[in-house]
Design a protein around this ligand. Structure first.
Ligand SMILES: Cc1ncc(Cn2c(C)c(CCOP(=O)(O)OP(=O)(O)O)sc2=O)c(N)n1
Ligand SMILES: [Mg+2]
Length: 567
């Protein structure tokens, strides 16, 4: 018993919450259980939001999205071993996407784990996490909990942001500590992502390369949206007149309808650019590794990147600029003289003509009167409703559901689109949607393939439990990529088949949300407008022609025999 004279006590559970609050974290996403349930309870008692999920992967994706949207690390809380492993996919994905998040997980008693005595949920979680995340720390002593949280916050935010794993053994969480010592041990991180400017030499080298261009192209990556660098990037683009190409989660950094956007002439712009300015965009698979024939053999690259080791990863970088995007793009915008770049007007004119032709072809596809709906006609209806609700945050995943929506749905503001990202991960959808609604209070529209939806579909209950303004549209073509795969060996369904008659809308109704089943663009428009008007959880089951899709990355095509037999 604590006698009246004994100094007041705290413990590891109280301390981890104190440390999070001290670092401006106001929300924790997770699934509770041994040994972290009381962390969630104490967080709520301290006035933090705790959002309870049905699967740790969705909780982790929510934390990652919170990091991307909110400018400080999102936090995911998981139980030991299986819960930790479920959440690890999201922490690894956050690291690949460069989103700042911290996965805090309880772990089992080290003394038992390290001797492999068969403890409850026994797993060396620190060793398991380390290869997959930006950094991993374990806190053995309760007096180090504040230090552990501070290290996790700074590491998640600084340099190239990413996912950090923080391991809290049950013995640390349960350990008592004098309250005054606990208070002293909490560290508030000062300036977790310090500004990093470039040298004059590096800047002059970049100015020289850019001002030598006749066909320059600016590629805007999600790093610009993440770094909240939209203002300096807009200044750079508009002051120089250079055309720009946004990557999918950078859409809206400048509005998609901007006259200098060449998104609708992407292939031509990439193939003919002679100087490419990469802003927070990596030359990875999404940009064909910068290789020809997609890119000109003699193109020269200027790259603004916070992680020096990224440079030259795929193409030699003629003018590396290592620093944070806000600082460096600001330096570049100032250093480039107005009129200093003599852009080939004929090239700009050809790009505009090409873009206009592609836009006209798309408009015809959107307006086609076909039944059942295909991806274009369904997303044409979504596009019109979205235009009336510009603040919406769009979440998007699938294969065709992703590719068509990325091209058809324009973004006008930064940090309004969340999708499968660099890893092409399915299952991000409803976790991202929950965080988007919780962090911003804005309406959220999740455009999901029917397979992609299935990965996190049970989070419809989470969305309904918190009454979030999330409308999920399931583009139901009855399969992965498409619903009519002829390759099945009857009576087995094809490996890509899903239930074409599935009624995903009824899932919402099961949890008190609104469900809509639609088969035409008019019905889809009405359902979306009703869902917006209600501002509550809704699922729209949108029937799509099963023959409408194409299979991504048909590996068989690379192998002549297979291609012949498949024909
Ligand atoms: C975690 C995970 N599992 C599996 C895949 C493979 N995969 C899967 C399963 C996709 C779903 C495509 O079907 P969909 O219904 O979501 O979309 P469409 O039918 O509109 O193409 S897209 C894709 O690359 C993946 N990328 N990520
Ligand atoms: Mg599908």
């Amino acid at each position: 018993t604590v006698s009246e004279t004994q100094a007041p006590l705290s413990d590891g559970i109280e301390l981890v919450v104190d440390a999070l609050v001290a670092n401006g974290i106001d929300t924790v996403y997770g699934v509770v259980g041994i040994p972290v349930t009381d962390v969630a309870r104490v967080a709520q008692a301290r006035g933090m939001r705790y959002i309870g999920f049905r699967h740790e992967q969705s909780a982790g994706h929510a934390a990652a999205a919170a990091g991307f949207l909110g400018g400080r690390p999102g936090v995911c809380l998981t139980v030991s071993a299986p819960g930790f492993l479920n959440g690890l996919v999201a922490t690894a994905n956050a690291t690949t996407n460069c989103f700042p998040m911290i996965q805090i997980s309880g772990s089992s008693d080290r003394a038992v784990v390290d001797l492999q005595r068969g403890g409850y949920e026994e797993l060396d979680q620190l060793a398991t996490a380390r290869p997959l995340v930006k950094a991993a720390f374990r806190v053995e002593r309760v007096e180090d909990v504040g230090l552990g949280v501070a290290r996790a916050v700074r590491t998640a935010m600084s340099g190239r942001p990413g996912g950090v794993y923080l391991d809290l053994p049950s013995t640390t969480l349960g350990a008592a500590i004098a309250a005054d010592e606990a208070a002293r041990s909490v560290i508030t991180v000062v300036d977790p992502a310090p500004r990093q400017l470039v040298s004059l030499d590096a800047l002059n080298r970049a100015v020289e390369v850019i001002e030598s261009a006749r066909r320059p192209l600016v590629v805007i990556g999600k790093g610009v949206a993440q770094a909240r660098a939209e203002h300096v990037v807009t200044e750079l683009v508009e002051r120089t007149g250079m055309p720009f190409l946004p990557m999918s989660m950078a859409k809206g950094v400048l509005p998609d309808g901007h006259p200098q956007s060449v998104a609708a002439a992407r292939s031509m712009a990439i193939a003919e650019a002679d100087v490419v300015v990469l802003l927070g965009a990596r030359l990875n698979w999404l940009l064909g590794h910068g290789r020809s024939p997609q890119w000109a053999e003699d193109a020269r690259f200027v790259q603004v990147e916070v992680e020096p080791e990224e440079l030259d990863s795929n193409r030699p970088i003629a003018a590396p600029l290592v620093g944070d995007l806000v600082s460096v793009v600001g330096q570049l915008a100032t250093a480039l003289r107005p009129g200093g770049i003599r852009i080939d007007q004929g090239w700009l004119d050809r790009l505009s003509e090409h873009a206009a032709r592609n836009a006209a072809k798309m408009a015809a596809r959107l307006a086609a009167d076909v039944s059942p709906m295909n991806f274009s006609t369904a997303l044409g209806a979504v596009r019109d409703v979205l235009a009336a609700h510009p603040g919406t945050i769009l979440v998007n995943e699938g294969a065709n559901a992703l590719d068509f929506a990325r091209d058809i749905l324009p973004m006008t503001m930064p940090r309004r689109r969340l999708d499968c990202g660099t890893w092409g991960v399915m299952g991000v959808g409803l976790g991202y949607a929950v965080a988007a609604a919780v962090e911003t209070g804005l309406p959220v529209l999740a455009i999901e393939g029917d397979s992609a939806f299935g990965f996190s579909g049970m989070e419809v209950e989470t969305i309904c439990r918190y009454g979030l303004p999330v409308t999920t549209v399931v583009l139901n073509n009855g399969g992965i990529y498409r619903g009519d795969d002829p390759s099945q060996a009857p009576p087995q369904p094809a490996p890509t088949a899903l239930s074409p008659s599935a009624r995903y809308d009824q899932l919402a109704e099961a949890f008190g949300g609104s469900g809509y089943h639609v088969e035409t663009p008019t019905e889809l428009t009405k359902a979306l407008e009703a869902a917006y008007a209600e501002g509550r959880p809704a699922v729209v089951n949108c029937v799509i022609d099963p023959t409408a899709g194409t299979e991504s990355g048909h590996i068989g095509g690379l192998n002549p025999q297979r291609a012949a037999s498949a024909a």
